[in-house]
Ligand binder design. Structure first.
Ligand code: FE2
Length: 216
């Protein structure tokens, strides 16, 4: 196995849980069917393409909140009742919902977001169609969760998503304020030890920044 990068070393031996599956599962076959219907309902020229050099689409918005904080569901969401039911049943009131697509051979390079269950906002992920060899680095851990399993990680830490396969990777991203109802879906260890997390996160970011400055 290749050596860990400087910012990955920081969490080694910390004992912190860096990602976990929630208690929620949905039928993966039904999910892929409904999400494909949602994708097909959006003309290619209306799909988002940010961050992709090849020009293929990378995201379809399912819901956003307007300036008054009112949720604005988008037409393709109507094709995924499985997702609307999941959100309602789990008491999740997201401010953003997207189908995200990572084209074959495209990695989401090392970066960090202010999203984790010990912070005020989080990103929950629902894999839809994921190649077997694709995975996410979170700190020093390499993780992959199967279709239909709602999961999240400590995305305040540097993370990188690799898809060096010949297939696309389709995942639904659910962005929400952290609530006790959401935390209760996950093991408490995923948001415990907030002070230790934040201290190690700062160290990891400090280790990553010079590398990113060099790369750009
Ligand atoms: Fe991220």
């Amino acid at each position: 196995m290749a050596a860990l990068l400087a910012w990955q070393e920081i969490t080694v031996g910390s004992g912190l849980m860096l990602s976990a599956a929630s208690s929620i599962r949905v039928d993966p076959d039904m999910l892929v069917h409904q999400v494909q219907a949602a994708i097909d309902s959006v003309p290619d020229e209306q799909r988002n393409r940010f961050g992709n050099p090849s020009g293929d689409w990378t995201a379809i918005t399912l819901l956003y909140k307007d300036q008054k904080g009112m949720p604005v569901p988008q037409p393709p969401l109507a094709h995924i009742p499985l997702l609307s039911d999941l959100l309602r049943d789990a008491g999740i009131d997201p401010f953003g919902l997207h189908i995200t697509r990572q084209p074959p051979g495209v990695d989401l390079k090392w970066h960090f977001d202010h999203q984790a269950l010990h912070l005020d906002i989080c990103r929950l992920l629902l894999p839809v169609r994921v190649p077997a060899e694709a995975f996410t680095w979170i700190g020093h851990e390499k993780v992959a969760y199967p279709p239909g399993t709602l999961w999240t990680g400590d995305f305040a830490l540097p993370h990188q998503v690799e898809n060096q396969t010949d297939q696309e990777r389709i995942v639904i991203a659910i962005d929400s304020p952290v609530t006790p109802a959401i935390q209760a879906l996950f093991p408490a260890d995923l948001y415990a030890h907030a002070e230790q997390r934040m201290a190690l996160t700062q160290q990891a970011i400090n280790a990553l920044l010079p590398f990113r400055a060099q790369a750009h």
